[in-house]
Design a protein around this ligand. Sequence first.
Ligand SMILES: Nc1ncnc2c1ncn2[C@@H]1O[C@H](COP(=O)(O)OP(=O)(O)OP(=O)(O)O)[C@@H](O)[C@H]1O
Length: 244
Amino acid sequence: MIKTDGLMKAYKDVQALNGLSFHAEDGKITGLLGPNGAGKTTCLRSIYGLIKADAGFATVDDINAADQPLEVRRRIGIFPDKFGLQERLTAREHIAYFAALHGLHNDTLKAAVERVIQELDMADIADRRTAGFSQGQRMKVALAQAIVHQPQNLILDEPSRGLDVMSTRILRQLMYRLREQGRCILFSSHVMQEVAALCDHVVIMVKGQVKAEGTPQELCDRTGKASFEDAFVELIGTEEGIML
Ligand SMILES: Nc1ncnc2c1ncn2[C@@H]1O[C@H](COP(=O)(O)OP(=O)(O)OP(=O)(O)O)[C@@H](O)[C@H]1O
């Protein structure tokens, strides 16, 4: 469970977060949707403890992210927007490195790495150096690194940006599987179709605040619009900064 309560963050004279409060529950896929510059990345970084909010707080499984960043990181998997891989290391070595960062070692580490290799169906590439990996293979390594410690919460910042259809499908299947396991999945996007298709709960952000939230259907009903895209445009009041 991830919660933000009154998060505020300014970069000099830009107010990126302006009292942001929402919940992302276990067993649900929650989408943070907003136009460019709405504050989505700043919000996710505050939850992960990479950014210190000026006021307000974020909690992960009821643990304050600013007070106990290490404990919070153990409970979160981060799927990065860029898959920075060391080309000389194998996929297995990459995953093992992240497992070690999360405090796993010896047999527990080996078992965790093997489990995630099986889960993501990557046995055929596990012992290859990552130099020359395709985009889909690189994505699997990044996903494996994010979930090797079996975090209760998964955070993804614009996960499907730049991914091809096959990689996007693998990613979605994993998100559904984690939801079935009762985990909390929070991802940011400004791609409406993706959010409407994937999310149980949508938080629409504008200028660092929650403008509206609910299921895609609830947001359509509330605005009297048949399509989620029309509902979104109605709710944020402009089409600027939106990707269809
Ligand atoms: N390091 C920084 N220094 C100065 N301004 C920043 C910094 N990071 C973000 N901002 C500003 O804060 C605001 C929110 O940015 P943020 O990246 O959180 O939004 P976003 O919703 O993730 O945007 P996008 O969809 O374009 O990725 C923007 O106006 C941005 O220019």
